[in-house]
Design a protein around this ligand. Sequence first.
Ligand code: HCA
Ligand code: CU
Length: 378
Amino acid sequence: LSALEIVDCTLREGEQQSGVRFSAEDKIYLLHQLEEFGIQIVEVGHPGISPEDEEICSRVIKAARSAKTLAHSRATVEEVQAAARVGADWVGIWGSVNPISLKTKWTNKSLDDICRLIYQAISEAKRLGLRVRLTLEDASRSDWTVLNQTARIAIEAGADRISLADTVGIWEPTSCHQLVSRAVTEWKHPVEVHCHNDFGLALANTLAAVDAGAQAVDVSILGIGERVGITDLLQLAVVLEESRGEQRFHLQKISSLADAVKNATGYNPDELRPVIGKNAFTHTSKYHRNAVIKNPVSYEPFPPKKVGRKRKIINNRPPLREPRLPVKLKISCPFKKESSELKYHRDGPGDRWVLIDHRVDKRASFYMMRRTIDKGMK
Ligand code: HCA
Ligand code: CU
């Protein structure tokens, strides 16, 4: 087992996905699934938001068997105290220090004011015996000087780990690698990353961060989270096991983890989704089918049963059909001397065609519409 820690954020970040809210029971179910999968640290929620959230976090934390728990908190003494009341092992304090945030998120506080709040919040957490992660929100859009100043204050106050968040998902693997390397080298302190997937690069950036020396990385089941989410735990687990030779996860549980999140949230990833998508282990073209029947390794990165899936070999290539995209057709019409070119498109999957371009006289266009409906476009 490498020293890398995988922090699961499903129960906190995942709840920031549009339309998602977990009951305490669902959180506990997911927590146990995560523990059985091999996750050692779980973000449970944000207890400082409301008494109801505090109650839920408290129940979830009591139900933890093997995982360490982390409660989210803004940089205030009151929210840190809420994290301590619910019995979390870790508090994840976050604050943004880039110039945009100083104006919009902190209502015009100065950087020094924010550093003071962060220092006080961390000191309180250490006084209460919590382990502390300080997340520099929006680190990917912040200057090094500002990140450096805040991180050093946090480390002095006792933060156990500094997390760099790519809050709006703009990193590329190289830019991520650069910042993480610099942080690891200069701070000589454990670094974590939190990568959003706005450009589809969260997993790639997370791996780059690991290569740059990050000690911990954030994920959620199916990547659920704010906007288009964060790094997908299930995909990361497959990469770590299959490409990097780790043996920490029970990959056969992947399907049931995915199902649990689908059922609890109503979110349904599409068929092209790596690992858990309907097509992930489906072979259709003749050449592929033949090869896979002889030896599945020809077109599979790993056997589907490893992740609790089944292989499907299916010849379902549809017969050639009418175009579905807009087409221009020449149709002769008895009311007009010359045949006219008209734009049609298919109205749904059936055989109905709809006239898009009405730049013909009304009578002609009505005639053609009828003709189309009566006879199809042949
Ligand atoms: C948020 C932002 C956050 C924080 C991450 C963290 C981000 O609170 O919604 O505290 O580790 O992406 O920056 O999720
Ligand atoms: Cu986030």
